[in-house]
Design a protein around this ligand. Structure first.
Ligand code: C2E
Ligand code: CA
Ligand code: CA
Length: 888
């Protein structure tokens, strides 16, 4: 039945199926038969009813006719009596009539009208008013009376409304008498009234159990033409059964229909219908069932056809697949051990001739001896456990070739209980070979990968380390610091800069420099704790990053250790190399953003401070350091702007001859006319300007303005024989110094450059020597400033041959108090004089100083005692007043 359930009778063609057509015809025939039977039943029913009505009607009619006839016969009897006794009187009339009417007639009264005037009456009671009625004179009665007379027949009229009440038929009888000779003469009229109600009642017309409805027409016995006087006039239009009621004169028509009407349902109608339905079912049901079964069978057959086709297609495809795939199919009956191979199996094993007689042994023998045990094991296991069988083995063909075969199979049990194992074999030699090759390729790729990985690691190491010292480099440090953003790795940074490294490099060569760097690296590495690390971040710059918790004391101790170690001389190829270190230290606040970056900047700031405070020391970064840096930065910006806006101008301080106090010269001193802070002296800006390397610009500006002012003085007729300007070491180092002086207008011997004593310490610099020579050649005097504070050797004095020395004011101010100081100054003056160098004393604050200096042979005096530095205009006024002479 499962097969049936899969069958589907297609809905789309429902009405075209033969079973449905047959069923439909059967249904149509059944319905037509039913309708016809129903119709016939109705006709029969109608006919029956008709007959019954006729029968009933006949009975009624007969009674009615009988009653009327008998009434008339009674009256006729009276008429015959009167015809024989024309002189009948009332008493006689009443007695005869009374006898006639009796109990069993419907006659109400009888009247006699001899000579057409009513004089006789029975019963008299209740009918008295009719006595004396003359037919000839009565308008209503005349006509029917005359008709009876004329026709000599009884004439029946009515029903009419009676004077006495009720309704009645009136029969008028003409009465003729015949004399003996046979001559007929009219006697008069006898009229009898038949009571309508009684007549109808006694004729059965009003009976309650009458199964028919009756109507009668024919007023005054006029037959079918007369008016209806009984029953419903509509009955005549309802296809009634009709009949004639024959009267002595004329007739009535009587009609009847069934009491329930014609259209009543036959009693057996439902019986008949049920029977028809039953019969119909008996016909249709078997036809339908047979039709359905037929359809089912048809569908089955179609399904079978379809499956057969499918099977054909499928096996064609299988065949094609097997043909093209070179897969061999085998089968082993596990009960009979019968082996079946197809042609391709034979080809695979190289025994194509004899495939019909293969056995399990044929197979096992063909399997490569090395694989035989395993192949057999695989097979037996699959059979034992009835599971899918997969095995790979080598096969040696009869031609001696070896190939790899893959065998797959599965155990089946057929309906009969026979067990088979069916499977396929195919050549996988190419796959096996390919796999081996892929494996080899994969291994070699892995090998190469690991080599590459090693190389990459090496390169990465190189990119993060310094090749000379092997220390981590700047990138490494940056990575570390960026990684330490979270705050737990780097706790403090020491920025270490080697002092005097450049000199060693310059004098002893790069190899020596490299040796010093390696030495420094090893000193640093040896000084730090495990977990800290040392990086080389520039030529002679190193960073130590501590990674464990630390404090200022520990860091200071570390810095001290390093400074001590680094001071120890390092032997290099017979030389004793010495260098020192400056260290800037910054401690971390890991909560801040850009933590690593800040730490580096802070350490750098601290290093800068350490260097500027003198070398071989360390400094911690702190907030005021930072504030200073910021202030300096602002000053630097202001200086650059001030230079642009010519805010640097010279003040002039006069110099006097010690003996005569005549003006011998003037020193130009730089002042910054600061837009917001007023006039600033050099100590407020020179240091910063020096760091910015803009002092030469200041010098240049002062020189130009001094020259320009000197032209004013000259024009004003003031005589100032010499103008001195201060020249920074930087300017003197400048190769382009001389060139920059071209185009400046001055007279030879009127311009003097004051150079700091310290400049002459380094006598090696060729540019300085050349520049000094050039200056002299240009007619510019050289003056040594601040003499006595530095270490200028007498040798350098001799070499440079300056025009003048200026004894530093630090040596001048104690002159009054100290004899030894006076001797020192005196001996300087002596040296100068012995070398032909004029001596200037600066910082002469009192006239006592001036006197002493004059006495010990000083040539020139400069100082507040005589004149303060002042702007050019003031200076001109000052000179004119000559007030310094009054002071003296
Ligand atoms: P300096 O060359 O030794 O200049 C003399 C300084 O001594 C001046 O200070 C001057 O005002 C001050 N002075 C003069 N008489 C007395 C005195 O009786 N008692 C005391 N206590 N001081 C006196 P100033 O103008 O502040 O200049 C300071 C230094 O700035 C100068 O020292 C000089 O080295 C440098 N300087 C000034 N102008 C320039 C310039 O244009 N270029 C360069 N490179 N340096 C300049
Ligand atoms: Ca000076
Ligand atoms: Ca000086």
């Amino acid at each position: 039945m499962t097969g049936n359930s899969k069958l589907k009778l297609k809905r789309g063609h429902l009405f075209l199926r033969p079973s449905v057509i047959a069923g439909s015809i059967a249904l149509a025939v059944t319905v037509a038969t039913g309708v016809f039977a129903e119709y016939q039943n109705r006709i029969v029913h109608h006919q029956k009813t008709h007959a019954k009505v006729s029968e009933q009607l006949g009975l009624v009619r007969a009674k009615l006719e009988g009653n009327i006839t008998s009434n008339i016969q009674l009256v006729r009897g009276l008429v015959s009596v009167i015809a024989t006794q024309p002189d009948i009187d009332q008493a006689r009339f009443a007695s005869i009539a009374g006898g006639l009417i009796g109990q069993h007639s419907q006659l109400r009264n009888i009247a006699g009208a001899p000579g057409l005037v009513i004089s006789l009456m029975y019963p008299m009671e209740g009918n008295e008013q009719a006595i004396g009625l003359d037919y000839r004179k009565n308008d209503i009665q005349r006509e029917p009376a005359m008709r009876a007379v004329r026709s000599e027949q009884m004439v029946l009229a009515g029903p009419v409304n009676l004077l006495q009440g009720g309704k009645g038929f009136i029969g008028r009888f003409p009465v003729f008498t015949e004399n003996d000779s046979g001559t007929r003469t009219l006697w008069g009229l006898v009229s009898a009234v038949v009571d309508v109600d009684r007549l109808f009642a006694e004729s059965g017309l009003r009976s309650d159990d009458l199964p028919i409805k009756i109507a009668i027409r024919g007023q005054n016995a006029t037959g079918a033409k007369g008016g209806v006087f009984f029953g419903d006039a509509g009955i005549f239009n309802d296809d009634p059964v009709t009949s004639q009621v024959s009267l002595p004169s004329g007739s009535w028509q009587i009609a009847a229909i069934p009491a329930a009407g014609w259209s009543s349902t036959p009693e057996n109608a439902w019986q008949i219908r049920f029977l028809i339905l039953l019969a119909g079912l008996l016909v249709i049901l078997p036809i339908s069932i047979v039709g359905y079964l037929n359809d089912l069978r048809h569908a089955h057959m179609q399904e079978l056809d379809r499956r057969r086709l499918q099977l054909q297609r499928l096996s064609r495809r299988h065949q094609l697949a097997l043909d093209t795939s070179r897969i061999g199919v085998w089968e082993l009956n596990l009960d009979t051990l019968e082996v079946t191979w197809d042609r391709r199996m034979g080809e695979l094993y190289g025994i194509s001739d004899d495939v019909k007689q293969v056995t399990m042994d044929t197979w096992l023998t063909a399997v490569h001896p090395d694989d035989r045990v395993q192949a057999n094991k695989d097979f037996q296991q699959a059979v034992r456990e009835s599971r899918t069988y997969t095995s790979n083995f080598r096969v040696t063909t009869s031609e001696g070739a070896t190939r790899w075969v893959r065998s797959i199979g599965a155990v089946h049990e057929e309906l009969g209980g026979q067990r088979y194992i069916v499977g396929v074999n195919w050549d996988v030699s190419a796959d096996v070979e390919l796999n081996a090759r892929l494996l080899a390729a994969k291994q070699s790729a892995e090998q190469r990968n690991s080599e590459l990985e090693e190389a990459r690691a090496q390169m990465e190491h190189n990119s993060l380390h310094d090749s000379l010292t092997g220390l981590p480099n700047r990138r490494f440090l940056d990575n570390k610091l960026a990684g330490g953003q979270a705050g737990d790795t780097v706790t403090a940074l020491l920025h270490i800069d080697l002092d005097r490294f450049k000199q060693i490099n310059d004098t002893l060569g790069h190899a020596a420099g490299d040796a010093m760097l390696s030495h420094a690296a090893s000193v640093l590495s040896a000084s730090v704790r495990a977990g800290d690390f040392v990086a080389r971040i520039g030529g002679d710059e190193f960073i130590i990053a501590t990674t464990s918790e630390t404090n200022e004391d520990e860091l200071a101790a570390l810095a001290n250790r390093i400074i001590m170690k680094m001071r120890e001389p390092v032997p290099y190829e017979g030389h004793e190399c010495r260098f020192g270190v400056s260290i800037g230290i910054a401690m971390g606040d890991p909560d801040k953003t850009n933590y690593g970056e800040r730490l580096l900047i802070d350490a750098d700031i601290a290093l800068y401070r350490a260097k500027s405070n003198g070398r071989n020391r360390y400094e911690f970064f702190n907030a005021s350091l930072k504030a200073e840096i910021i202030r300096n930065k602002r000053i630097a910006d202001d200086i650059l702007n001030g230079l642009d806006r010519n805010e640097f101008i010279p003040y002039f301080q006069l110099q006097f001859d010690a003996k005569t106090l005549d003006i011998v010269g003037v020193e130009a001193l730089a002042r910054w006319i600061h837009p917001s802070e007023g006039v600033l002296a050099p100590d407020a800006f020179l240091k910063t300007a020096g760091e910015l390397n803009v002092v030469p610009l200041v010098d240049r500006a002062i020189l130009e303005q001094t020259l320009w002012q000197s032209t004013r003085w000259k024009a004003a007729g003031l005589s100032i024989p010499k103008m001195s300007v201060n020249v920074s070491a930087g300017r003197l180092y400048d190769d382009d110094l001389i060139e920059s002086l071209n185009g400046l207008a001055f007279d030879r011997g009127t311009l003097s450059f004051e150079l700091l004593e310290s400049i002459f310490l380094d006598d090696k610099n060729e540019t300085i020597v050349a520049n000094i020579a050039h200056l002299k050649a240009l007619g510019i005097d050289i003056e040594i400033d601040d003499f006595g504070t530095g270490f200028a050797s007498i040798v350098s004095l001799v070499q440079v041959k300056p025009a003048r020395l200026k004894i530093d004011r630090q040596l001048i101010s104690p002159l009054l108090r100290s004899d030894s100081q006076r001797n020192l100054v005196a001996s300087i003056i002596d040296i100068g004089q012995s070398l032909g160098i004029k001596v200037v004393a600066e910082g002469v604050e009192t006239m006592e100083h001036a006197a002493i200096l004059r006495d010990i042979g000083c040539d020139t005096l400069q100082g507040y005692a005589l004149a303060r530095p002042m702007p050019s205009d003031e200076l001109m006024a000052f000179i004119r007043e000559e007030s310094w002479r009054q002071v003296a």
